[in-house]
Design a protein around this ligand. Structure first.
Ligand code: UDP
Ligand code: MG
Length: 354
């Protein structure tokens, strides 16, 4: 190979990797307290990727797990350092920031994201890759018979409808993180610095040829969902407010509508008073109406607060994540093809990201 001897330290962000040493694809996996499922994931994931017989790499991002996940990832790096890199966060920063860190470290010609919990079968990575190689720069997925709690399925359907109407993002199944992104889209996302974001939607805004495919969805192999109702709510607000100002504009429209209506009511009441005398009934109807409008107004204030809070997050310019350490081998040491041979002890680099 005539490629210059690139060292790992020279190849960040991922775009700096010369095509000659770039793997065909990178799989990015965020990991948060997944000790129960990681051994099963390793078994299925590496077998599935080796079977594709293509140069690949896997970037695990440990999102500050408090269980044995980091240790398991280190051990896996010792075993398969040829194709494995591990980014260790110095705290819990959330799934989407973990994916962003994975993007920043990915060297592949395209990137496929996958959850660690085996809800999406790693055996289907080849199908996503095929779409990317067919020229699509964004491969969305729709879960065939989604295996989640009923309330989540319905809430998700509702949010999909609201998002479709208020943003430019056309994603059928927003919750599924098993997706593929072309190098151009990944580079564009890497240039974004927003504090709170929703990666599939952000990436979609840069895609020129998006496509969606059906994928399998299984029950979580082990462990439990890391999303509480509150976290899901926050994530959905990120999606709505991060990609559209329509929600808050709707309140202006509603305000105009109510003002016009109350003006009309005033005229009617005045006319009635002149010809029929003052009306005193309908007090409770008035209460009901007043409460409805107070509720709507409070919701509006809360919504404005969501935007203001996010602007506040942005202006503070805090780091989106802090990296404690990165486990990786230099590019030049990497064998051309994925080999199952045990890797020699690898250097551990530490770095800080701001
Ligand atoms: N995850 C993460 N940081 C978090 C929460 C979750 O990196 O703060 C990872 C988690 O380990 C998993 C993926 O994000 O790989 C999806 O999480 P989960 O399965 O809990 O979400 P759900 O499938 O319930 O939406
Ligand atoms: Mg899951």
């Amino acid at each position: 190979m005539n490629a210059p001897p690139y060292r790992g330290a020279d190849v960040r962000p991922g775009t700096a990797v010369p095509p000659a040493v770039a793997p065909d694809f990178t799989v990015v996996i965020p990991v948060y307290n997944e000790e129960d499922v990681l051994p099963k994931l390793f078994e299925r994931l590496y077998a599935a990727l080796d079977a594709l017989a293509r140069p690949y790499e896997i970037v695990f991002v440990n999102d500050g797990s408090r269980d044995r996940s980091a240790g398991l990832l280190r051990a896996q790096f010792e075993r398969r350092g040829d194709v494995t890199r591990v980014v260790l966060f110095a705290g819990n920063f959330g799934q989407h920031r973990a994916i962003l860190a994975g993007f920043a470290h990915a060297r592949g010609r395209c990137v496929i994201t996958l959850d660690a919990d085996l809800q999406n079968p790693p055996e289907e990575i080849g199908r996503v890759l095929a779409q990317l190689e067919a020229g699509h720069d964004y491969v969305g997925t729709i879960r065939r018979r989604r295996q989640d709690a009923v309330w989540r399925r319905w809430a998700s359907k509702l949010m999909n409808i609201v998002r479709e109407r208020t943003t430019q993002v056309r994603i059928t199944d927003q919750g599924c993180m098993f997706r593929g992104y072309g190098r151009g889209v990944v580079d564009a996302v890497n240039q974004c610095s927003e504090y709170n974001t929703f990666v599939p939607a952000l990436a979609y805004t840069f895609a020129t040829s998006p496509v969606e495919i059906l994928v399998g969805h299984e029950d979580r192999g082990a462990g439990s969902s890391k999303y509480s109702v509150l976290r899901l709510l926050r994530l959905n607000f990120d999606l709505m407010t991060g990609f559209s100002t329509v929600p808050v504009q709707l309140f202006s429209v509603f305000g105009i509508f109510v003002s016009l209506l109350s003006g009309l009511l005033f005229v009617i009441l005045m006319v009635r008073r002149l010809f029929l005398g003052a009306e005193v009934e309908g007090v409770f109807t008035l209460f009901a109406l007043a409460f409805m409008f107070i509720g709507t107004a409070l919701f509006g204030i809360g919504l404005v607060g969501e935007y203001v809070g996010r602007i506040y997050d942005e202006v503070r310019h805090r780091p989106r994540y802090i990296i404690g350490a990165v486990l990786e081998r230099d590019v030049a040491e990497r064998p051309a093809a994925a080999a199952a041979a045990p890797a020699p002890p690898a250097p551990i680099r530490s770095e800080r990201v701001s």
